[in-house]
Ligand binder design. Sequence first.
Ligand code: ADP
Ligand code: MG
Length: 632
Amino acid sequence: MTVEAHKETLGFQTEVKQLLQLMIHSLYSNKEIFLRELISNASDACDKLRFEALSDDALWEGDNELKIRVSFDKDARTITLRDNGIGMSRQEVIDNIGTIAKSGTRQFFESLTGDQAKDAHLIGQFGVGFYSAFIIADKVTLTTRRAGVGAEHAVRWESAGLGDYTLETVEQAGRGTEVVLHLREGEDEFLDGWRLRNIIRKYSDHITLPIVMEKERYGEEEKEQAPEDETVNQASALWARARSEVSEEEYKEFYKHVAHDFEDPLLWSHNRVEGKLEYTSLLYIPQRAPFDLWDRERHHGIKLYVRRVFIMEDAEKLMPTYLRFVRGVIDSNDLPLNVSREILQHSKVIDSMRGGSVKKVLGMLEDLAKNDAEKYQNFWNEFGRVLKEGPGEDFANREQIGKLLRFATTHTDSSEQTVALADYIGRMKEGQEAIYYITADTFAAAKNSPHLEIFRKKGIEVLLLSDRVDEWLVSSLTEFDGKPLKSVTKGALDLGKLEDEEEKKAQEKVADDFKDLVAKVQETLGDKVKEVRITHRLTSSPACLVAGEHDMSANLERILKQAGQKVGGSKPILELNPEHPLVLRLKAEGAGARFGDWVSILFDQALLAEGGQLDDPAAFVQRLNQLLLELR
Ligand code: ADP
Ligand code: MG
């Protein structure tokens, strides 16, 4: 079959151009990592081949020795990497190399300031993989053929890393990918076998395939003395080694490969489990949340191996969703090599490995919280909102997860979430039985809510919850350490033993005094409210709204509405502060002409104060203006 010479030029996605610029600028001081990234990709490609070949033997094409080859050419000023992995089809090249498929891409670019120095540290978080080749190369040629007998022709991709790239159909006997880097002026330091071997040992020693430095291409007359091909790395599975035999640096470099991260991990845990089940896990917690943390279809979680053979990427069954930030490998001795995703769905082995691994992760976080509060706080700031999904998803571990939670509270009034439930319990007042919380749309709305007035007066701490996930959290974490969690915006205020008998009697008397007013207000508001009553939870506001004991909180109702869900629309209870001058005046003046307006305004104000939206804002403004005019 002849191949038509067909070469087309395609433009990079706009983001790719921006990314290349930023990357060359910011990674320049650490440019040798280009080799780590390209080797990491070659290794992934070989893993993928091995996995696909489990169900399609033909993919091997008679060549079973997976290998990564590195060579350089002093005269041509090129470095070449070759792998006999899965390769790419034409479309895959376009999708993988011409575009950035990460779902957080747009947000990432929005978060950039345009100041390259400031943005430089962000690039590490994004990870740029293949494009790091352009740090040292002003032209990159990638030739690749997808594995499989009779697979389509190979394709050659070439780019100077500016605005576009070319694609051309070519012939290539072996499957896999070859990347040729045409070095920039002044990068000749990399045309040196000793230097390249050192870089490989430093960053890629953990790669489980042999990385072979090919007989170096010296000038013609020197070739005689050149060393033979040489495997540079240890090529053994790092996690299969004893802990004492793995250095900190090796753990870190391995992390960067499995997690596709440019930064060091925050912490890790390496375990061998023996007994009924045998497996090894090496689990990492990243320092920073990736941009696609909120994308539930994201990739790169836990890699599953069976007896050191790679089985699959992103084995989602191995970690629950609320721990989706964990990276690493789990290597089982019990699963069959030809395990499929379907088998994994119902595997007892997987279930127990997962249970054990979850315990490991929670334990590792608990230790961190105990031993290094500052580092733990960093973790919390990055991943806390994900961990808050835990009690809902993982009921069995909810007490342990509860220990890891951190909150903003009225104790500090800071939006930083630093208070553990144990700290809260340690500060509970004599006679306090519940852990009080308030949920609101924003931190400011929670912190300034009228519902907190009595709690502030009595010095009772309240958790200030304003993350979206918090409503979900408190619906599943209904108690901690034997203490119920109680919303301050639901039900009648019951401070239990925090109030003495005398106080309670006085309150009853006041309620009795205001009976007529309450009835009249109720009549005026009609079916806008479920009930009107006198409260003593307010000290400076005239009124507030609360939800019935068993109703949905107003905040949750708003969240669901915003998400487009139909909600029942349970009616609020209006509570009046009997000590407030406005309420006292209402009571004294009785049914003046403006009674209805006053009551409406009180109600609307209370709704606004808790972050709600008025049904008829214009009417509110009109009433208010009318009253202001009468003030003269
Ligand atoms: P990442 O490795 O994090 O996915 P990269 O930028 O390093 O990001 O690579 C982008 C994609 O290009 C890879 O996910 C893979 O699909 C493809 N790719 C890169 N190098 C190779 C290779 N040597 N063989 C096959 N596919 C590759
Ligand atoms: Mg990569």
